[in-house]
Design a protein around this ligand. Structure first.
Ligand SMILES: Nc1ncnc2c1ncn2[C@@H]1O[C@H](COP(=O)(O)OP(=O)(O)OP(=O)(O)O)[C@@H](O)[C@H]1O
Length: 340
């Protein structure tokens, strides 16, 4: 254990420096009330200890920067890192995959926005079922709206895998947590990040997707009144989602509502501070036609992407995840589970 001595007129305390556990910082005072202080230290000793201290602090500063600051890396290394850590998870819906440039990218936060009833939860269920059934990977599903329907999930799973055993296996890969406030949400994410995630039955940690439906439901109550606290909680949530996506190489899919402006245009909820959090954003809308409202036809429009031109859109049916895959077995080898 290394000790760093800090002289102060006010304090006599010992603090363990959390970021740097091998160092112990000891504050000691020359105040006359502290009878047990080092009274024999001369002025020159004091100056030399300050010098030592400043050198030590510089060393600590360097180590902390090396550990926690981001360093620039060249494009080739960046591309290598991308190839080794990025996987593309198919959503199970061709139209959405097309908009997302093949699917959900691990290491990124993707946002699905839309008005109530636009089908955000249906898409989340479809994605969870697809990752669990087709890719055979784990999913953490955080439900903050109470909109997750186990029967609907089973319905989608049944359309993807035929035997009861496979269906059970797939359902076991989807870990559902219900949270209804931002503090519980942050706690769940922190538990997940610090390794508190329950392992899959096979014992392999194969978490590939984290779905949060929805972020606005937990943020809305804290954003209205106390703006400063609400914003800081929102940024904390953004940080947790980003860290999980990067550290665990998982795809994070979040849902958010929209705000309708006076001219009828829609914009993503949670304002500007949130707008930079997702790397990709898709808007879900009803397709307004008497014929199409019956079969749940939706239009998905790409609003934000660093890979595709924005404002392209695709139409798809919400019930498309139910469609049975007749030639599933034959196609198993060609599932684009991990593109890189
Ligand atoms: N099995 C199904 N097949 C097709 N469409 C369905 C099915 N079940 C529900 N729907 C449709 O999904 C829509 C509701 O979708 P969903 O609950 O995903 O909306 P949401 O955008 O999550 O809404 P909210 O923001 O209120 O949570 C309804 O229009 C409903 O008709």
């Amino acid at each position: 254990m290394n000790y760093v001595f800090v002289s102060s007129h006010l304090f006599y305390c010992t603090i363990t420096f959390h970021f740097f556990p091998t160092y112990k910082i000891v504050y000691f005072s020359s105040h006359k009330h502290n009878s047990h202080m080092k009274k024999d230290s001369s002025f020159t000793d004091c100056i030399s200890s300050f010098r030592t201290l400043s050198l030590t602090l510089v060393a600590i500063n360097r180590v902390l920067l090396a550990q926690y600051a981001s360093f620039p890396i060249n494009g080739a290394d960046l591309y290598d890192e991308l190839l080794s850590s990025t996987a593309i998870l198919s959503t199970g819906n061709e139209s959405l995959d097309k908009l997302l440039d093949s699917g959900l990218y691990t290491g990124e936060v993707t946002e699905l926005i839309g008005s109530p009833g636009s089908g955000k939860t249906q898409v989340c269920l479809g994605v969870a079922a697809n990752v669990a059934c087709e890719l055979k990977r784990n999913v953490v599903y955080i439900d903050s709206t109470g909109g997750l329907s186990a029967s609907r999930l089973l319905e989608i799973v049944k359309s993807k895998v035929s035997t009861a055993e496979q269906q059970l296996d797939a359902l076991r890969r989807i870990y559902v947590t219900e949270v209804f406030d931002i503090f519980s949400m942050l706690k769940v994410l922190q538990t997940l990040r610090t390794g508190g995630f329950p392992e899959s039955p096979s014992g392999s940690s194969s978490l590939k997707a984290v779905i949060v439906d929805s972020v606005r439901a937990v943020l809305l109550p804290v954003i209205g009144g106390n703006q400063i606290e609400g914003l800081s909680l929102m940024m904390q949530l953004a940080g947790e989602l980003r860290m999980i996506s990067r550290d665990f190489c998982v795809a994070v899919l979040v849902t958010n509502h929209v705000i309708r402006e006076s001219n009828g245009a829609v914009k993503p909820g949670l304002g500007r501070s949130w707008s930079h959090v997702p790397r990709t954003r898709i808007l879900l809308q009803h397709v307004n036609s008497e014929m199409t409202t019956q079969n749940g036809l939706r239009r998905a429009t790409l609003l934000k992407s660093s890979r595709q031109p924005c404002q392209i859109s695709e139409e798809f049916c919400l019930g498309s995840w139910n469609h049975h895959k007749v030639v599933k077995e034959a196609k198993e080898d060609s599932i684009p589970e991990e593109a890189h």
